[in-house]
Design a protein around this ligand. Structure first.
Ligand code: ATP
Length: 426
C-alpha cells in the first residue's frame, strides 16, 4: 500500500528529499482529491443531511488555559522508557521484560512525557508566550458552545461538527499514516440533556458504524469495541471504538465517547463565564452532556484504501482495482483517445473533457496504449473511462467503460455528461 500510494500520487513522505520527517505525510495529487472527497462526504452526512448539527472551523492555536481546563496539560501523557544502548524510546505498555525489545540493552526508569506540541507566540520566548498546537479539535467546539447557541438560536439536543488538523508528539510512529504527528480529525460534539445521554450515545455508535458501510467499507472488516471501565479516559462515562481490520491488526478508526458535562464544566470553572444552558420551554438550567463521535481522516483514508484494493485475474492477466466508492474516488472519469495522432479524435476527446470538468475532477490521458490507460485508471479507482475512437467522429458516440463490471456502453457524446451525473450520484 505504501508503494502504491507513492507510485500513484496518493501519499508521500513529508520532506522526503531530506530523508523524511518521521510520522508526517504529504497527500499527493490523487490523495488530496481523496481527502477532500472524504471530508465532503462526512460534512454532507453530518452538517447538510441532518438539521440538528452546525459546522465550525476553529483556530489551531488557542489560549493555553484551554488545555489546562481540558486536562491535557496534566494528563495527556505517555509513560516512556529509553534504551541506554540503542537510544530508542518505547511506551511502557509495549515493554514486556526488563530489557530493550530491539537490542536487549538496559532501560532507563519510566518517565512521563506530555504529547502536546509546544510553540511560542509573539517575539519573546518565555513561559508567558508558551502555547500548544491543538491535540484535538474538540476543545474549539466546547469553548464556542455559547457562541453557537446564541448566534444560531439552537436548542439542546444539537451538535457542532468540525474537521481540522491536530498534532500529537506520538512516540510509536509505525504503521504508515495510521499514527501521525500531524493529522486531521473529523469531530462532532453532540449536546444533550443529562439523563438522555445513554440513548444518544447508542444512537451515535450505530450511526457512525453505518456511515463507513454506506461509503463502501466491508462490514466484515469493521467492528465495535466497547472500552472496559479501566480503559476509559478520566472524563468519559462510556466509549466505543469503531475498529478496522488493518493488515497490522484491528485498530481504532473512530471513538464515540460519552464525555458527560466534564469539558463544559471545566471551561466554565476556569474562564469564570456562565456556560449553563437555559431551556426556555421547561425553564430548566443545566450543563448539557456531550456525546462525541471523533474520527481520524487519515486513518479513514488508509482503511478505505485497504478495503478497496483488490487483485483480479482477467484473461490470464492480473488486474489491480481500487474499488473506491464513487463519491470518494479521486478522479470521476478519464477521457482516452484511441489514436493520439489523429487531431480530430484528440479534439473531440478534449471537448468531452472540458464539458465533464464542469461537474467533477476528470482527466485526459493519451500517454499510453488503451490497455495500459485502463489499467492505470483501475489502479487509482476511476469509476468511468471514456474512449473516443474513429467511429466516434461519424456516429458521435463514445465508449464508456465501468471500472467494476468492465461493461462497455456506447453513449452519445451529447449525453455523456448526464450519463455520468446519474451514475455518480447513486
Ligand atoms: P489511539 O489510542 O490510537 O492513540 P486515541 O484514542 O488517542 O487513539 P482519540 O484521542 O480518541 O484517539 O482521537 C480521535 C481519533 O483521532 C482517533 O479515532 C483517530 O482516528 C484519530 N487519531 C488520533 N491520534 C491520531 C494519530 N496520531 N494519527 C492519526 N490519527 C489519529
Amino acid at each position: 500500500m505504501v508503494s502504491l500510494c507513492k507510485r500513484r500520487g496518493f501519499i508521500f513522505q513529508s520532506s522526503e528529499i531530506y530523508g523524511g520527517l518521521a510520522a508526517t505525510w504529504d497527500y499527493g495529487p490523487l490523495g488530496a482529491e481523496l481527502k477532500r472527497n472524504l471530508k465532503e462526504a462526512w460534512w454532507r452526512s453530518i452538517v447538510y443531511e441532518r438539521d440538528d448539527i452546525e459546522g465550525l472551523d476553529c483556530a489551531i492555536l488557542m489560549r493555553p488555559e484551554t488545555w489546562m481546563a481540558s486536562g491535557h496539560v496534566s494528563n495527556f501523557e505517555d509513560t516512556l522508557v529509553d534504551c541506554k544502548g540503542c537510544k530508542k524510546r518505547f511506551k511502557i505498555e509495549h515493554i514486556t521484560g526488563k530489557k530493550c525489545p530491539e537490542c536487549g540493552g538496559e532501560l532507563t526508569q519510566p518517565r512521563q512525557f506530555n504529547m502536546m506540541l509546544k510553540t511560542h507566540l509573539g517575539p519573546i520566548e518565555d513561559a508567558t508566550s508558551l502555547t500548544y498546537l491543538r491535540p484535538e479539535t474538540a476543545q474549539g467546539i466546547f469553548v464556542n458552545f455559547k457562541n453557537v447557541v446564541d448566534s444560531m438560536r439552537r436548542k439542546v439536543p444539537f451538535g457542532i461538527a468540525q474537521t481540522g488538523k491536530s498534532f500529537r508528539n506520538e512516540v510509536t510512529t509505525k504503521s504508515f499514516t495510521f499514527r501521525s504527528r500531524e493529522f486531521e480529525q473529523m469531530e462532532i460534539e453532540f449536546f444533550v440533556k443529562p439523563g438522555t445521554d445513554e440513548e444518544w450515545y447508542s444512537k451515535w455508535v450505530a450511526e457512525r458504524f453505518e456511515w463507513y458501510v454506506k461509503f463502501g467499507m466491508r462490514k466484515e472488516n469493521l467492528r465495535m469495541r466497547q472500552h472496559r471501565k479501566e480503559e476509559l479516559a478520566h472524563y468519559a462515562k462510556a466509549c466505543t471504538d469503531i475498529e478496522y481490520n488493518f493488515p497490522f491488526g484491528w485498530s481504532e478508526l473512530e471513538g464515540i465517547a460519552n464525555r458527560t458535562d466534564f469539558d463544559l464544566k471545566q471551561h466554565g470553572r476556569l474562564s469564570g463565564k456562565d456556560i449553563e444552558y437555559f431551556d426556555d420551554v421547561t425553564n430548566e438550567r443545566y450543563i448539557p452532556y456531550v456525546i462525541e463521535p471523533s474520527g481520524g481522516i487519515d486513518r479513514s483514508i488508509l482503511a478505505f484504501l485497504f478495503d478497496a484494493y483488490r487483485e483480479e485475474k482477467v484473461k490470464d492477466e492480473k488486474r489491480v482495482v481500487l474499488g473506491l466508492h464513487k463519491s470518494l474516488a479521486p478522479l470521476k472519469a478519464a477521457v482516452l483517445p484511441l489514436l493520439r495522432n489523429r487531431p480530430d479524435i484528440v479534439e473531440l476527446a478534449h471537448k468531452i473533457t472540458d464539458d465533464l470538468k464542469k461537474d467533477s475532477k476528470v482527466r485526459y490521458d493519451d500517454t499510453a496504449s488503451i490497455g495500459r490507460l485502463y489499467r492505470r485508471q483501475d489502479e487509482v479507482g476511476t469509476p468511468y473511462c471514456i474512449t473516443v475512437d474513429v467511429d466516434s467522429l461519424t456516429d458521435r458516440k463514445v465508449t464508456v467503460r465501468d471500472r467494476d463490471t468492465m461493461k462497455q456502453d456506447r453513449v452519445e457524446v451529447s449525453k455523456v455528461r448526464d450519463y455520468l451525473k446519474e451514475r455518480l450520484e447513486r
